[in-house]
Design a protein around this ligand. Sequence first.
Ligand SMILES: NC(=O)c1ccc[n+]([C@@H]2O[C@H](COP(=O)([O-])OP(=O)(O)OC[C@H]3O[C@@H](n4cnc5c(N)ncnc54)[C@H](OP(=O)(O)O)[C@@H]3O)[C@@H](O)[C@H]2O)c1
Length: 166
Amino acid sequence: MLLVAQTGNPMKQDIIIIVAMTRRGVIGNGNALPWHLPEDLRHFKRETRGNTVVMGENTYRSIGKPLPERNNIVISPDRRSGGGITVCRDLPTALGTAQSFGKKIFIIGGAYTYEKALPYADYLYISHIKKDYEGNVYFPEFDPDRWEVISSEEYDDFCFKKYKRR
Ligand SMILES: NC(=O)c1ccc[n+]([C@@H]2O[C@H](COP(=O)([O-])OP(=O)(O)OC[C@H]3O[C@@H](n4cnc5c(N)ncnc54)[C@H](OP(=O)(O)O)[C@@H]3O)[C@@H](O)[C@H]2O)c1
């Protein structure tokens, strides 16, 4: 399939990975976030509202319900579409479906899904969490030299940076 064979985004809409991580790259602990940062959640909502969010099965389970005011696509081996979510079996199908919605495409996790989506992403939106939280789920390795910081906002508990692929 076209999307599997190549790196880069062949579609019209931007593909944006949005993630919160510590300096060590921790993004989760078990199937939960290691922190409770309402400001970051508000921020996440502002960025993704009105657009399409794509997530893996574990992240959907962790959130527990579709995110309101967004098209929700869940990549899952056995779940069925309905009740506010569109289910796809793999990332290329999810991206194709997301494209048909005509909105920005946000990849919202988790680790497995980020790793699969990284080659296609045009932007990384990263909340760099200032405190060092323990966890056992990490963002996949990526080469910072390939990404240019295009904006940076400072908050009490995190710094939010937008990176564009060079
Ligand atoms: N800090 C953040 O910004 C952030 C955001 C989101 C999530 N998280 C954290 O990330 C952790 C969950 O990450 P995760 O890697 O376990 O889960 P995930 O990416 O949400 O889901 C992965 C699972 O989805 C299913 N799947 C099957 N095919 C897939 C495909 N092609 N692409 C994607 N998923 C597919 C697989 O289930 P089967 O193995 O059953 O086939 C796979 O194990 C949690 O700790 C969560 O809190 C953090």
